[in-house]
Design a protein around this ligand. Structure first.
Ligand SMILES: Nc1nc2c(c(=O)[nH]1)N[C@H]1C(S)=C(S)[C@@H](COP(=O)(O)OP(=O)(O)OC[C@H]3O[C@@H](n4cnc5c(=O)[nH]c(N)nc54)[C@H](O)[C@@H]3O)O[C@H]1N2
Ligand SMILES: Nc1nc2c(c(=O)[nH]1)N[C@H]1C(S)=C(S)[C@@H](COP(=O)(O)OP(=O)(O)OC[C@H]3O[C@@H](n4cnc5c(=O)[nH]c(N)nc54)[C@H](O)[C@@H]3O)O[C@H]1N2
Ligand SMILES: [Mo]
Length: 753
């Protein structure tokens, strides 16, 4: 491990808790639960043992006092009457919603007995360990799986094509040897004041709306801070977002055609010689091949494909190439198309050929010398090579057999539950995912699949349709205010800090980490040698040289960070200059893709169903459907029972252009059906000129906690679930990518049926 130079923590002299204004104030870092992608500094105000309010911590560099409505509403989440408070055992049939309170000991005993019996009969790989998106519990779930002997950690975020974050992680690891993110000074504790950082002259927001989504540790406020300092923005989005209205160039793209646009922009930049010749010569592999490939994507053709006027594409390409430095922040919309790997490859080529790679204010390799997660995962995980080979999906997609993809292959999991080949799947541990309501297309198939399992345990904050439908045992998880933790964030920043417990958990809730540790100790005590979670956290923190208690008094530390790491030999394990790829260069022509039987160069392919690829389907289903654009009050399927947040968005909403709506006789607020070849659901129409007339945008993750829990209702899980319109099997050639954001549909008023 590389030695890290620890930066001075901010306000070291302060402790983490103090008394003021008749309250005990606890400084902490917000992590899940409830679900969140970030790690904002918070001040938790406690009176008489009760959490009264949450405020942003102005001294925490990550968010500098800003908070989103979900943290502000945290007291309502914590004390909500529907919170799960005790371990529960199913007493009726699965789906009947009949539960009996049991003790933790009884719950653990039941799980241990079932898991061990399955292990004895079928092997440990027959138990799968499922989680959702970016909760800071993934590490512990991996450990639980691996220490049990199962290689099958399954991510429901989202299941098919693993179309969230994994595509960019995998594509960038394969072609650049790392993970690049836009530089908004997030790697420095003194942020925008840091003298090494430069304000990006231009940032491209591509299929990403960070003001609402703050995805993977990229806080939308950073963008505003950059804009205040002069950054111009370019937005690529079929919807007129707040950012689109402030953009120098807004390209209202047809969903699912981003690869064509990226290749068209490369065409302009390369043919007009707007690229950085020296960087390209020294540090890239396959430029000539790329140059040849982009000739197939002339601006005129791209304009037809992507529904963007020609001059806008040219203007955006020139503006981006002329801005020094410039950064690209792309979102999940890029990954939620079938062939998303070549799109990411093309976007990476943009920041590479323009010389914006690993420079201040460009797209930089995030630092990762804090190897805390790996410490926990590798050092104490006795899963053998032989077991690793049994990871579900091994051998189907060569790219996913690379070491940087650690999950079981989602689509293969569902298939294997049905076929029982190469081995049977018998049980699931589900921690932090509401699987068929949210994380997957074709939810009926997921529902029917999980029904086939012999035993399912669920850990959640609330009873969900997933728990009702499948669970034999349900365990109540604590919110972040009720527990300690090590706060790490997703992709964009590298600090480590401490989440401090402020209040006693409600009922008998326990933290996810505590649950994993206690269950882990019962399944494989050697792999879980710690007496309590703090000891476990201290083990994890070893690379920082600090214990949990020591880090707590500092609050957080930032990793050392520098630019142009490739010149200094900091990116390769052998310490040589260059990049951690087979050629040591940035692979515009990917030797890894070639080895995996994939096209080594970026390309565009139409979505499986689109006005261009299936005009016959477009006759009956004429509108392009994009789904799931994030809303500020909800995190996926969560928070529907939290009135402060639900009142911001009381019903599921589909956005339609007024001209399109008028032709269909639909008025603002009407209940409508949205229907594809595969299924339909109901939502309310919201008329807005902020969407392309040929496109509709529907919300995802909807269920209704106020509706009856027992089947068939399952708290309304089938009423407004937009994923019913999406089939399985549309995974990209690489095994990554799935068209959540590009389907064909029709809409009509509900009362016409
Ligand atoms: N149509 C459509 N579908 C999509 C998307 C889209 O854009 N369009 N987006 C996809 C994406 S990108 C993703 S990542 C997936 C997400 O899919 P999931 O990760 O499955 O998201 P949720 O449905 O919110 O499930 C989270 C569950 O975990 C619980 N939970 C929250 N915090 C904690 C915690 O700390 N501990 C425990 N034990 N439980 C917790 C919540 O109460 C909730 O029930 O959805 C995907 N689905
Ligand atoms: N409040 C809240 N925050 C969240 C989440 C949440 O559920 N709620 N979910 C978290 C998760 S798991 C994720 S992955 C991130 C995702 O966060 P983002 O990456 O920001 O993704 P979205 O909000 O789904 O979509 C971003 C924008 O892409 C546009 N778009 C739709 N289709 C296309 C297309 O085909 N091409 C292009 N170029 N643009 C398109 C949408 O109109 C939208 O404005 O958010 C995270 N943050
Ligand atoms: Mo996601």
């Amino acid at each position: 491990m590389k030695k890290t130079e620890k930066e001075k923590a901010f306000k070291q002299e302060e402790t983490w808790t103090w008394e003021a204004d008749n309250h005990r104030i606890v400084r902490s870092i917000a992590r899940t639960g409830p679900g969140c992608h970030d790690g904002c500094g918070v001040l938790l105000y406690v009176k008489d043992g009760k959490l009264e309010k949450v405020e942003g911590d102005p001294d925490f560099p990550f968010n500098q006092g800003r908070l989103c409505p979900r943290c502000l509403a945290l007291p309502q989440v914590v004390y909500h009457p529907d919170r799960l408070k005790y371990p529960l055992k199913r007493v009726g049939r699965r789906g009947e919603g009949k539960w009996e309170r049991i003790t933790w000991e009884e719950a653990y005993e039941a799980i241990v007995q079932q898991f061990n019996e399955i292990k004895k009969k079928h092997g440990p790989e027959s138990v799968i360990f499922c989680h959702g998106t970016a909760r800071d519990i993934g590490t512990y779930i991996s450990k639980l799986a691996y220490s049990f002997g199962s290689p099958n950690r399954v991510c429901f975020g989202p299941l098919q094509g693993h179309a969230c974050f994994a595509p960019r992680r995998t594509t960038l690891a394969a072609t650049t040897g790392g993970m690049e993110v836009p530089d908004c000074a997030q790697f420095f504790a003194d942020r925008y004041e840091n003298r090494h950082w430069k304000v990006p002259e231009c940032i491209v927001l591509w299929g990403n709306n960070p003001l609402l989504s703050n995805p993977d540790g990229f806080l939308g406020h950073w963008l505003i801070e950059c804009m205040k300092r002069g950054t111009e923005i370019i937005v690529v989005d079929p919807r007129k977002t707040w950012l689109a209205t402030r953009a120098k160039t807004w390209m209202q793209i047809r969903p699912g055609t981003d690869a064509a646009l990226a290749l068209g922009m490369l065409n302009v930049i390369i043919n007009e010689r707007l690229y950085d010749e020296e960087f390209v010569r020294k540090w890239t592999h396959g430029f000539d091949e790329l140059k040849k490939r982009v000739q197939e994507y002339g601006v005129e053709k791209v304009s037809d494909i992507a529904w963007i006027p020609k001059d806008k594409i040219v203007e955006a390409a020139r503006r981006y190439a002329a801005s020094k430095p410039a950064a690209i922040q792309f979102g999940v919309s890029i990954e939620q198309t079938k062939e998303c790997v070549p799109t990411i490859h093309a976007i990476m080529a943009l920041w590479t050929v323009t010389g914006n790679l690993d420079v201040p204010g460009g797209n930089v390799f995030r630092s990762s010398s804090f190897e805390y997660e790996t410490t926990l995962r590798e050092e104490f995980n006795p899963v053998t090579q032989e077991q690793k080979q049994k990871k579900i999906g091994t051998g189907i997609y060569p790219l996913l057999d690379q070491p940087y993809y650690i999950h079981a292959v989602g689509s293969a999991v569902i298939d294997q539950i049905w076929t029982g080949r190469p081995y049977a799947i018998k049980a699931a541990w589900i921690q932090g995912t509401n699987s068929f309501v949210c994380g997957s297309g074709d939810p009926k198939r997921v529902y029917e699949s999980f029904k086939k399992l012999d035993f399912v345990a669920v850990v959640d904050l609330f009873m969900t349709p997933t728990a009702t439908a499948f669970a034999d045992i349900v365990l109540p998880a604590a919110t972040y205010a009720e527990r300690d933790g090590v706060a790490t964030t997703g992709g964009n920043v590298s600090y480590i800090g401490i989440t401090n417990q402020a209040i006693e958990p409600v009922g008998e809730c326990k933290s996810d980490m505590e649950i994993n540790l206690e269950l882990g100790k019962r399944l494989n005590p050697e792999a879980w040698p710690w007496q309590n979670v703090r000891e476990m956290f201290s083990s994890m923190l070893r690379p920082t040289g600090m214990t949990f208690e020591e880090l707590r008094t500092r609050g957080f530390v930032y990793d050392a960070f520098g630019y142009k790491k490739y010149e200094k030999g900091l990116l390769r394990p052998d310490g040589a200059p260059g990049f951690n790829t087979p050629t040591g260069k940035i692979e515009l022509y990917s030797t890894v893709f070639e080895k995996c039987g994939l096209d080594p160069l970026p390309y565009f392919e139409e979505p499986p169903e689109s006005p261009a690829s299936t005009p016959e389907i477009a006759r009956d289903y004429p509108l392009v459907l994009t789904t799931g654009a994030r809303t500020p009050g909800f995190f996926h399927s969560e928070h529907r029972q939290i009135s402060l947040l639900r009142q911001m968005n009381p019903d599921p909403v589909t956005e339609i252009h007024p001209e399109t709506a008028e032709k269909l006789g639909i008025k603002d607020g009407d209940w409508i059906y949205i229907e594809s070849k595969y299924g339909k659901c109901q939502q309310r129409a919201r008329l807005t000129t902020g969407i392309h007339p040929g496109v509709v945008n529907s919300q995802h993750g909807w269920w209704f906690p106020e509706k009856p829990e027992p089947e068939p209702d399952l708290s309304g899980a089938w009423l407004s679930n937009i994923n019913l319109l999406l089939p399985s099997g549309w995974v990209g050639r690489s095994g990554l990518g799935y068209p959540f954001k590009s389907q064909m549909c029709r809409v009509y008023k509900k009362d016409e049926v």
